[in-house]
Design a protein around this ligand. Structure first.
Ligand SMILES: Nc1ncnc2c1ncn2[C@@H]1O[C@H](COP(=O)(O)OP(=O)(O)OP(=O)(O)O)[C@@H](O)[C@H]1O
Ligand SMILES: [Mg+2]
Length: 290
C-alpha cells in the first residue's frame, strides 16, 4: 500500500504531466490499490494502481492487459469507463470514472439486505451490462460479485467494474464458446463445475455468479458461505444437483416475491445447460415490473 504522498517523484511528475493529482486511498485490493484523484483540478476520477513488483509475472503479462483491452473496447452505460491507462516506474495506472456511492458490498455492510425494488433496479442494469459483454462483445467477466458493482448518481446507477479476469470467450476456430479449465474468481461465487475442476462453460459460470450476487443482495448473506471451495467440495461430489438445490432452498428467505425467487432458482442451478442465460434473466417476469 502506498499513501498518496508516498508516490516517488518520477511517478508524481507523470501524474502532473497528465493533469492528475492523487487525493486519497480508497481501497487496498488483491491486484492493486484504488485512489481518488483529481483531473485538471476539477473532475474527480478513480485510479487503480497496479504495482508490477507485487503481482506475478503471469499476471503482469496477461491479466493487466486483459483489463485494459476489455475496458478500452467496452462502451456501455453500466460498465465502468476507462479514461486513461499508462505505465511508469514499475506501476500501471488505470484512470476511471469515480463511483461516488462506493460498491454494493459496502452498501450491504452499512445497510443490511437490500429491498427487491432497489435490488431490481441495480440487478437489471448489471444484467444489461452482462448481456452486452456476453452477446455483443463475446467476452466473459469471471469475477461478478457484490464488491465489483459500483454505485453512482445518488444510488440510482450501477456499473460493473474490475475486468482483471475478463477474457474473450469464443474459440478463434469455431466461433463457439470455448470450454474453460482455469479456476478463477472469488471462492463464494465460483460455479460447481469449477469447484470440481471440470471443464466449464465460462458464460454459464458468470450466470451462476449473478445468481449468487442476487441472493446476496437480497439477504446480505452468501448462499453457500464464504469459502465453499474446500468445505463443500466433497458434498458437491456426492450430492451434485440435489446438494445445490437443498442447501439453497434452506437459506432462501420466505418473504421474497415469487418472481425474484424464480430468477434465483434458475441461476443457482447445478447443471449449466439448464441454468438461465442472461437473456432469460432480461425476459423474466420480475424485470417486467422494474
Ligand atoms: N472507479 C471506482 N470508483 C470508486 N471506487 C472504486 C472504483 N474502482 C474500484 N473501487 C473500489 O475499490 C475496490 C477494488 O477495486 P477492483 O475490484 O477494481 O480492484 P481489485 O484489485 O480487483 O480488488 P479486489 O481484489 O478487492 O477485487 C472496489 O470494490 C471499490 O470499492
Ligand atoms: Mg474487485
Amino acid at each position: 500500500m502506498t499513501t498518496p504522498n508516498q508516490f516517488d517523484k518520477q511517478t508524481v511528475n507523470v501524474f502532473i504531466d497528465k493533469g492528475y493529482r492523487i487525493l486519497q486511498l480508497i481501497n487496498v485490493g488483491s491486484f492493486g490499490d484504488v485512489y481518488k484523484s483529481l483531473y485538471n483540478e476539477t473532475e474527480v476520477r478513480a485510479v487503480k494502481v497496479i504495482d508490477l513488483r507485487r503481482v506475478g509475472k503471469r499476471t503482469q503479462d496477461v491479466e493487466i492487459c486483459r483489463e485494459i483491452a476489455a475496458l478500452i473496447q467496452f462502451k456501455h452505460p453500466n460498465i465502468i469507463k476507462l479514461f486513461d491507462a499508462f505505465r511508469a516506474n514499475q506501476k500501471i495506472f488505470l484512470f476511471m470514472e469515480f463511483a461516488d456511492n462506493k460498491d454494493v458490498g459496502k452498501y450491504l455492510e452499512s445497510n443490511g439486505p437490500i429491498g427487491e425494488n432497489v435490488t431490481g433496479k441495480w440487478f437489471k442494469q448489471i444484467s444489461n451490462a452482462l448481456n452486452y459483454i456476453h452477446n455483443e462483445m463475446g467476452f466473459v467477466h469471471r469475477d461478478i460479485k457484490v464488491d465489483n458493482i459500483l454505485l453512482f448518481n445518488n444510488y440510482d446507477l450501477a456499473k460493473l467494474a474490475d475486468f482483471g479476469l475478463a477474457r474473450y470467450s469464443l474459440s478463434q476456430q469455431t466461433n463457439q464458446i470455448e470450454i474453460s479449465h482455469t479456476i478463477c474468481g472469488t471462492d463464494a461465487y465460483i460455479s460447481p463445475k469449477q469447484l470440481l475442476c471440470q471443464g466449464y462453460n465460462p458464460v454459464a459460470a458468470d450466470c451462476w455468479s449473478m445468481g449468487v450476487t442476487l441472493f446476496t443482495m437480497l439477504n446480505n448473506k452468501l448462499p453457500f458461505g464464504y469459502c465453499p471451495a474446500i468445505k463443500q467440495l466433497n458434498k458437491l461430489r456426492i450430492g451434485g444437483a440435489v446438494y445445490v438445490d437443498k442447501l439453497y432452498d434452506k437459506l432462501i428467505i420466505d418473504k421474497l416475491s415469487r418472481n425474484v425467487r424464480e430468477v434465483i432458482d434458475h441461476l443457482i442451478v447445478y447443471d449449466e445447460d439448464k441454468r438461465w442465460k442472461i437473456t432469460d434473466v432480461l425476459k423474466s417476469k420480475w424485470f417486467k415490473n422494474i
